[in-house]
Design a protein around this ligand. Structure first.
Ligand SMILES: [Zn+2]
Length: 103
């Protein structure tokens, strides 16, 4: 029986759901397991129980937009306070800072 951290779906919908949605708490991938009923699956956060207090799902597109906004906020913050936090740091361009973080 699924709880509020899981959703039970027909198998085809479950595959689409896993591909297009992520955990709303950890933003991690979802996984599906057999529900015990024919042609239905249970979808939940892929993290182990206790590693995430999953409470729902968000679209993968939402997470992409949120991460892009977080990166932009980081670059803006570093341009405003980077010299205060790291006065001896090598001066880098925004593109180099993002590259250092793998973006
Ligand atoms: Zn999660």
């Amino acid at each position: 029986m699924p709880d509020r951290t899981e959703v039970e779906l027909p198998t085809e919908e479950a595959v689409t759901f896993v591909n297009n949605y992520r955990c709303s708490v950890c933003w991690g991938m979802l996984y599906m397991r057999p529900s015990g009923k024919p042609h239905t699956e249970i979808v939940s956060c892929a993290r182990l129980p206790g590693e995430c207090s999953a409470i729902g799902f968000v679209t993968a597109n939402y997470i992409e937009r949120a991460r892009a906004q977080n990166q932009a906020d980081f670059v803006e913050a570093m341009s405003l306070i980077g010299d205060i936090l790291y006065p001896d740091r090598e001066k880098k361009k925004n593109a180099d800072i993002l590259s250092d973080f793998g973006f």
